[in-house]
Design a protein around this ligand. Sequence first.
Ligand code: GAP
Length: 449
Amino acid sequence: MDNSISMEKIVSLAKRRGFVFQSSEIYGGQAGAWDYGPMGVELKNHIARFWWKEMTQLHDDIVGLDAAILMHPRVWEASGHVENFTDPLVDCKKCKQRFRADQIDPDKLARKECPECGGELTDTRKFNLMFKTNIGPVDDGSGLIYLRPETAQGIYVNYKNIVQSNRMKIPFGIAQIGKAFRNEIVTKNFIFRTCEFEQMEMQYFVKPGEDEKFFDYWREQRWAYYAKLGVRMDKLRWHRHGPDELAHYAKDAYDIEYEFPMGFKELEGVHNRTNFDLNRHQEFSGKDLQYIDQDDGNARYIPFIIETSAGLTRQLLMVLCDAYEEQKVADKGTDDDWRTVLHFHPTLAPITVAVLPLMKKDGLAELAKDIRAELKEDFSADYDQGGAIGRRYRRQDEVGTPFCVTIDYQSKEDGTVTVRDRDTMLQERIARAGLSEYLRARIKAYKRV
Ligand code: GAP
């Protein structure tokens, strides 16, 4: 059996076990959009919570924000997105397919030859990635509004509000998680690149001249985050942007890349955005956006900004790929020799603990339900009594449940239960009374095997 990881296997498991479904599937699907099922929404919420805790709770100088998706259209003129947020596109005159010019063979592009059908390509033109819509009752262009292509701008336009309302002193950060939209032309590779996605961004405001120091600091912090997340660090690497890759706002930028089944690809970016954005908002809005530094003789300046920008939905794909394993667990020559297991960090797993009665009869089911009711106050706890116990373990392995608590006849007699570990499949018998504490300690001590 081929136990290598492929995107097809990830997509298939994601659908089969309720992580991710194609949007509007019964109508043939909507390209660039995906729906998160019962397991997927839990996993996504747990990743978001993990990031939020890391960035706000564990950093005293960072506060949160939840800005609107719809913003004044001048925001996007000031930010440079109206002018610069473009992809170079070509169309095939014969097969009508559209391609990103920078992603096709340069020789074919020079010959204007379609990479699919050999037909003639149009000249390259700039295509803006922002979705436009209309606000208000009249659709005559006067109500033009964009769906935000990044969450960052909501932070910049609120920076003064937050300095004033929360008495923030430089250096400080503002964190935000929310939807972003881009009219991406190439949306293959499942949820890697989509038109609707979620970002987890943090903008850190610093004194001019201190930007490089904090840029290095945030690169270190973001690398350390992935170690805490329990992913395989040898699958990550840094990529520094060359001059032709830098976004219009960036002085320096590094991506953290992950080795997905389709190769190393960007996971998150750490950007030195200088004072570009705030300068432009000051210019376009006419409002004074200078910071008054009381710790430096009331010096006035436009802060520099270090940005850490991660995709939540892309991180979910990374976590799924990283956790996925097809493991040989027996040698009987049947399909049952193999199990598919997701090695999620227990904090991220959609279900933390499943309670399984060995039998439905003799009061074992009642006892198991009672234990589950107790556990669900503290953990996301599942109950499953259907089928052979081995099959039930496999079902939990496939959605990455780190602990299975089994209730057997001995449980009735002496008040003990067995806890099966997802990764080692080893079982330990412990007193029911200490179960919650035991699980909490195991979650805290978790290390990826
Ligand atoms: N505010 C800066 C910014 O948006 P970016 O490199 O364009 O920078 C940051 O995007 C992150 O957002 C990426 O590293 C990626 O994780 C995620 N992202 C960007 N475009 C995406 C898309 N079309 N689909 C899914 N995630 C995307």
